[in-house]
Design a protein around this ligand. Sequence first.
Ligand SMILES: *[C@@H]1O[C@H](CO)[C@@H](O)[C@H](O)[C@H]1NC(C)=O
Length: 397
Amino acid sequence: MKVSWAAAVLSAIAGIPLTHACAHDHAQRDFTPEELAELERKWGMEWSFTGISTFAHLPYTKCLTTPSTLFDIAILGAPFDTAVSYRPGARFGPRAIRAASARQTSFRGFNPRAGMNPYSNWATILDCGDIPITPVDNAVALQQMTAAFEELGNRPAVRADKVKIITLGGDHSLALPALRALRGIYGRPLRVLHFDAHLDTWHPEKYPSAWPSEQSHFTHGSMFWLAGSEGLISNSSSSPPSVHAGLRTRLSGDDWADHEDDTAQNWVRISADDIDDLGTRGVIKAINEAFGDSEDPVYLSVDIDVLDPAFAPGTGTPEPGGWTTRELIRILRGIDGLNLVGADVVEVAPAYQGAGEETALAGAQVVYEILTSMVKRGMGDLGRIREGEKVVEKDEL
Ligand SMILES: *[C@@H]1O[C@H](CO)[C@@H](O)[C@H](O)[C@H]1NC(C)=O
């Protein structure tokens, strides 16, 4: 027992036995289950605005340093923004999205658009904290992110077949290390569903410089070109395509070369303006038709700049003329049949958002919709898997 000098003096003066004078004793005695239950009853509840900020008040574990912690779905922060071409600040995206998710709780988490509560269903969902990524060496940053996605992505799941990671960006370049890890885990190229104002399939030479370097190829506008050239994405016209949705970027030069390059990399494009002619239903139909009924593993990448700057000004490369938050949510709900194996929500840069946190709120809502889709689809997957062994009612899962 450690006894403070003051306690020892007090004991000597007042003749109080040391064991009684020692404040540490309180912590050392055994508390009865009844006492603990009473404390929990009185103080266990959290308001949406109390507590340390994790995504949706989920339990927090720094999963990278605790390999014994298992989960089905992880929320993982990648606070990295030194591969951006315009406004920096997305390194604060994970914090902002977590803070903006405060009104999501398992208690009030039922998603009426989907008819289920992702937080109280079969899946163990954790906030795995952040990858500590260096802001001063992008080659090392790329290695760190790749290693972190491999480390967590290969961890055995609690109930699912494989774990899934939803990454909070961070700038969009993090999709390259995420796809590198997933390519290894699934043993085949992925297909990508990419919501963005921009193509992000730009050849690194579309950023010309008198000072070229290999390292400068890794940016938030070229990572899908890099991923295609590494064979991480289905990259030939004979394989099923990946899909961009919400495009409205200006293109390089005087012609359609950027689109031709993008087509050559096996991408299909849905523009922001298409929603005027097709409606959200038509956009959903176009996406689902591109993916067909396939069970192909799909990586879902949501750049928050797919939204109009009216709805999401807090981002690095804003482009006027985008979708509303409601339209994006509606479209995400319509594609919940896809076999999502990983996802990101990137480019939330809170320094440029309004006082009402609209951009981070949109990011947190997108994460909630993705979680809903993953858990909902998993109910079917688990049901099917279980039926093969013994019949288990879905509501027991
Ligand atoms: C497709 O990926 C392979 C690696 O699997 C690579 O060798 C090839 O160059 C890629 N093709 C394109 C057009 O990027």
